[in-house]
Design a protein. Sequence first.
Length: 583
Amino acid sequence: MKRLSRKQKIWVSVGATVLGVALLAGIGVMVQAARDTDMGDEREGLTAAFRGGDVDAPPVRLVGMQLPMSHGCGRLRSLPEDTGSGLAWGDVDGDGDFDLYVVNLGGANSLFRNDGPRRLGDVARNAGVDDAEGFGMGASFADYDGDGDLDLYVTNRGPNRLYRNKGDGTFEDVAKEAGVDDPLWSTSVAWGDYDRDGDLDLYVCNYVDYDVEGAGPASQVGTAEGAYAVPFTLNPNAFDPQPNRLYRNNGDGTFEDVAQAAFVANPEGRTFAATFCDLDGDGWLDLYVNNDVSANRLYKNLGGSFEGRDVAFTDIGMSSGTADPRGSMGLSVSEIGFMSSADAADGLPDLFISHWVAQENAFYQSLLNKRGKLEYRDKTRRFRLGEISLDTVGWGCVLADLDLDGRPDLVVANGSTLEQKHDPTKLIAEPIFLFWNTGTHFHDVAPEAGEALAKRYCARGLAAADYDGDGDVDLAINVNQGVPLLLRNDTETENNSLAIRLDAPAARTFGARIEVTVAGKTQLYWWGADVSVFSQHAPEWIVGLGTAAKADRIHVRWADGTETTRTDVAAGRISVSGRPAAR
């Protein structure tokens, strides 16, 4: 009876979703076909108003370099193949520069050790983290056991890995012993000490139960050139969502899943990304969850005991205006305070979310209403981030100051999940967006930013780091069924920067709020909260100082509520300590 019930469920799902999916996919195919022209810049028609002469854009320059790794092993037209994968930056050997871990599916992962500018060698196999048997999605570094070096968590479609850093250049997989070897289809993770007990906890995002037994026939989408077959196996609506995990750190190297007890299991969501961040400023880490084709969730941390339970959450997605029902993938967190009073900075995190084709990306600006409750306003079109994204599928993203002028810019890695109409074994490649922050809105300058950004990719994960140590933000992008791309920032500018690292236990750094004041203006950052998708940015904040030679003040409110202040900090690099003073 169980097998029969599963088949019935599949057929009911097919009948309920095929029409909507076919219609939306058809719109996507037709939009793409209509925009498949011979123009030098195919975005000219829709985005001319955004990229025209209304502003003089800076000469942002990114130089591309391919990494020696091949992602995937060919398509069989299945959902898992088209979904991943990501990458993560972290200083795994403690030498002061950032190494890059790149996730693969159907092949070994890579760990590119950074031995100086333009010297990246793959040491994954020798380090014991290649996970050659895994079907990889995402990765994230964190010192979960508090021994002073970075450990590595890798999400798979299948058992996840927790690689404990042994401190000698090698790792060992302790996921099973630690209780975090989730066998479901996991995508991204979020780290944070949500219960403020001094140990780092882990939230694992899970997607769908990809059971293709009894799969139905492909639906037909009409195009100008005839019928286009959309396989059942590419439709996420046809598969049941899987619950997420909240692994509470027991402090002894093991974890316990308390997602259901804390009310954050998200059983109806198909989750791509999540972030721990104090969204309402009350000192406790809240949790925002990005779901695909199901409503997003904003779980407010109730900040203590709740009906005799440990720390728990309540979903305020609907009341806050962030229960976004679209296909949400990438997630970035920052404070965007523009010049106009209507968009002024309020000291709370804003949210950028990338979406599927024909759905527009979203930018939610935060505020506390007159009752002191958290609300968000959709400012996507005001900031000119909406229409330009209609014909793309957005994945990884980052809010980072690429030209060091003191304002966060936005980069979005795009890559369609629609197939090429002449070759269904390949997906449609799309341009990357590089939105320069003008001070009043965003302005796409990617076509002028270098040869690498003039090309199209089936991009997925995106992660930022100053990997060459020159004081500006570089990027790495994982390309589905392609070759990972490293984008070195070679922008010529007279602006200065300050690179900030935090020296404290991970439970205190993840979610820490950093406030930097430069020439009377304040910039804000929430450590580890800008999560992209499947990916992790380097644990360093590159602060653009503009023409200033110093930051007047750095103020850190650690995740446990304690505070640290530094004043008159010269441009360059600084490590802010949050460790107890030696006795």
